[in-house]
Design a protein around this ligand. Structure first.
Ligand SMILES: [Zn+2]
Length: 352
């Protein structure tokens, strides 16, 4: 009965916290349906989303101007400046508090989850799960104390870097077409952070990390390799996407790639064009499934953080992606893995 029943979905990446009214005055109410941005509780329900990794991310107050350059066949963006760790700590603590407040005023419709069992229980109760992720580890000091505090607050997933350098490693500058092999690997503090994450059971996210940093994580970590939001470099050769060798290492480690719906990382031409057909998305997703196997691909939408393809538009449109996968010939068992079960499997292998 392909396509007959609605598929439940867990999403590996969104930036909705940036737009929460608990975080920013005058911003959106997550509990009220909106047409702004991509994600709120109502649109999540319409699309079949049962929860997601919510990225806490310290964005500078004023982004630098004029750092985007169009090149003959693509684009490049100047590498972002390092972030002041005190500023990062302040922002992250406000965002963590905002998500806690959101769950507290949601009349039981949202829970912060930090175990697979809590996600499963919430799903059973038709409650939406928020799992805390941090994109860029600037808020963690060189002594790594901050990691334990964040873990105690519910952090279960950590991107060592965003697309900027920090004391742990180097992120890739956004560029196309270009290799992600830019800059040095992890620092010694970065290697310590990998070990500490393994010990605490915090999932390490290699999204935004440069290639040498990726191989350092791969050599050190005892957990499966995970990219919460990325695509395949063989199809769209942007620095944010994973090379075939990286995908093979993720497969060998029994990890997961959360497929990023960001149009300029999905499209082979990397154009920032909403008019990206479902066929283009499914073709790219099928490549990842072919390379990684059906147990190691999931969804990492980047809702509220990227330009979405018009046929999906926002979280409410996710079942259209599900139907496109059926249309491509993927069966319901496989689609359930990609949309939900693969995340739960890798969380189960990683969290303690
Ligand atoms: Zn990101």
């Amino acid at each position: 009965m392909n396509g007959a029943s609605r598929i439940e979905i867990f999403d590996g990446h969104n930036d909705a916290v940036q737009f929460l009214m608990e975080y920013r005055d005058g911003a959106r109410d997550f509990l009220t349906r909106s047409d702004d941005g991509h994600l709120d509780l109502h649109r999540a329900r319409e699309g079949g989303l049962i929860g997601g990794l919510f990225a806490m991310f310290a964005k500078p107050d004023r982004p630098p101007e004029g750092d985007f350059t169009r090149t003959e066949n693509g684009y490049e963006v100047r590498l972002a400046e390092p972030l002041d760790p005190l500023y990062a700590r302040q922002r992250i603590s406000e965002q963590s508090a905002a998500l806690t407040h959101l769950a507290a005023r949601a009349s039981g419709q949202i829970r912060l989850a930090s175990t697979v069992n809590e996600i499963e229980t919430a799903r059973h109760d038709s409650v939406f799960s928020i799992v805390l992720h941090m994109e860029g580890a600037e808020a963690i000091g060189p002594d790594l104390d901050g990691l334990e505090q964040l873990h105690a607050a519910g952090l279960r997933s950590l991107g060592l870097v965003w697309s900027r350098p920090n004391i742990f490693g180097h992120g890739v500058p956004f560029a196309y077409p270009r290799s992600p092999d830019i800059g040095p690997g992890l620092t010694s503090a970065g290697k310590e952070l990998v070990r500490a994450c393994n010990q605490l059971g915090v999932m390490i996210d290699v999204s935004h990390l440069n290639e040498r940093g990726f191989w350092d994580v791969a050599a050190l970590t005892t957990a499966p390799l995970v990219a919460t939001h990325a695509c395949a470099h063989a199809i769209c050769p942007s620095t944010r996407n994973l090379t075939d060798r990286q995908l093979d290492a993720i497969r060998e480690s029994d990890g997961v790639v959360g497929f990023n719906l960001c149009v300029n990382d999905v499209r082979p031409d990397a154009h920032l064009d909403e008019d990206t057909p479902l066929e283009t998305i499914v073709h790219h997703l099928a490549f990842l499934i072919d390379r990684l196997g059906e147990n190691r691909v999931a969804l990492g939408s980047d809702f509220d953080g990227a330009v979405m393809p018009r046929p999906i538009k926002d979280a409410s449109g996710l079942q259209r992606l599900v139907h496109a996968l059926y249309g491509h010939g993927f069966g319901e068992v496989m689609v359930r893995k990609i949309m939900l079960e693969n995340w739960l499997r890798v969380f189960g292998l990683t969290w303690r």
